[in-house]
Design a protein around this ligand. Structure first.
Ligand code: LLP
Length: 427
């Protein structure tokens, strides 16, 4: 159930373009982003939810992919933004999002960062009492709109590192203190208008979402009644998963939207909370399956194990090394060939953990073959680095078969960006 298309030449097709032609033109490694897929993903979620609840907004969690063109596409579709750092706020504004379409959810934020976000006019979603107290000294709290992130004690995610709810999580205020914190904010003069939660990332099972929605709504209901708060929005966070392995199921978005909005509306009625906006914050779901990483095989090597060596590494795509994440790999120049052996696909970084796959069933691989690593649209380029002094790779956008470069490949000189050699060390 992956977003894989193969053309009549048995080549991988990305948005109407042949992966092999693209690398002829742009080289490897190469991120290829399919514009239409992003638009389709956005509209699939939007129409599913608005069918059941009209006042619904999607806040694209732009940490997944902050390429300006990607953000422009989502801006055109009408998306809002979940920004987690001043840099993401700045990037979103640069991409054309007006400040009233951005929500800032920071964690361990400095006063300088709070002041910066305040100046942009973006609404601040607070993560701690510390932040609340500090903000009260930085701005005039009178009628100043804020919201709070609450930890609903429900967590889920594809990896321990990606679970953001529950007792081990550093995020949000506690359920038990929520009413007190909202009262404290109101006593300072603030106007708390929202409540937010985000339980984790890469979740294909709807159950934890449903539980988190129910819990958040109960907390919001309690706060509405006991702290006399009139919510303008309730934000259920992101985390919607996508299949990475062919046998994994796709989240049934219509059923999911029906269930979540059902819980949402039921709780609004139960607590008499009126009709606040419903927000969700997907990142991966919108962009994850819209991009491929294309990388060329330069080495086939029989050592104690058999390795296929490619020209990208964990500096380019970190997820397999960092989380042990599975990314499906297709041989882009012979995409229909049967798997004949289990083989390790290794990157070009000088660390043993630099593997895209271990024991992966693949067809016979030869030097010069082109591998398409799938689902490389979310947390891929955005987590890339220059480790091993490898310039970051290029990104191209494909639309109806046409391709355009949207980020140039870095050069060696970019490795020295912002470095200053003290006079006395100069040669
Ligand atoms: N909202 C907040 C407050 C978040 O922290 C996140 C992700 C999202 C929304 C979007 O989550 P999504 O819908 O994309 O699952 N680097 C990891 C994922 C980390 C996600 C962090 N927060 C990975 O590569 O799997």
């Amino acid at each position: 159930d992956l977003n894989l298309k193969i053309n009549e030449k048995d080549h991988v097709d990305i948005g109407g373009a042949d992966a092999n032609d693209l690398v002829e033109e742009y080289g490897t490694p190469l991120y290829v982003i399919d514009e239409k897929r992003i638009r389709d993903n956005y509209n699939r979620v939007f129409s599913a939810f608005t069918k059941y609840y009209n006042d619904f907004k999607i806040l694209y969690a732009c940490k997944a992919n902050t390429n300006l063109s990607v953000m422009r596409i989502l801006e055109q579709e009408g998306s809002y933004i979940d920004a987690v750092s001043p840099g993401e706020v700045y990037t979103s504004i640069e991409a054309g999002f007006s400040p009233d379409r951005i929500l800032f959810t920071g964690n361990n934020v400095t006063n300088e960062e709070l002041s910066y976000v305040d100046e942009t006019g973006v609404l601040i979603n607070l993560d701690s009492i510390s932040q609340l107290k500090r903000l009260s000294k930085l701005v005039d709290p009178e009628e100043y709109k804020i919201s709070f992130r609450v930890n609903p004690m429900v967590g889920a995610g594809h990896h321990e590192h990606c679970i953001t709810g529950g007792v081990m999580s550093k995020f949000g205020i506690m359920e038990s203190e929520a009413a007190e914190v909202y009262k404290m904010a109101k006593n300072m003069g603030f106007n708390p208008v929202g409540m937010h939660t985000h339980i984790g990332s890469g979740i294909l099972d709807p159950e934890p979402f449903k539980l988190a929605t129910e819990t958040l709504m109960n907390i919001a209901g309690d706060v509405a009644q006991n702290a006399d708060v009139d919510f303008e929005f309730l934000d259920l966070g992101g985390g919607l998963g996508i299949p990475y392995e062919p046998q994994e199921n796709i989240l049934d978005i219509n059923k999911f939207a029906n269930e979540i909005t059902g819980i949402f509306k039921g709780k609004l009625d139960e607590y008499g909370m009126g009709k606040p906006s419903m927000y969700i914050e997907p990142g991966r779901y919108l962009v994850g399956d819209a991009a491929y990483l294309l990388t060329k095989v330069n080495t086939v090597k029989q050592s104690y194990r058999k390795f296929v060596g490619v020209d990208a590494g964990f500096n380019t795509l970190l997820r397999p090394s960092m989380y042990g994440s599975y990314h499906h790999i297709v041989v882009a120049n012979k995409a229909n060939e049967e798997a004949i052996e289990e083989i390790d696909v290794a990157g070009n970084i000088c660390e043993s953990g630099d593997l895209f796959a271990r024991d992966r069933p693949l067809p016979k691989i030869e030097e010069g073959d082109l591998l398409a690593i799938m689902n490389a649209g979310a947390y891929a380029f955005s987590m890339s680095s220059q480790y091993n002094s490898r310039p970051r790779t290029a990104e191209i956008l494909v639309n109806n078969g046409d391709s355009e470069i949207i980020r140039e490949r870095e050069t060696f000189n970019d490795l020295f960006n912002k470095q200053i050699i003290p006079e006395r060390l100069k040669k």
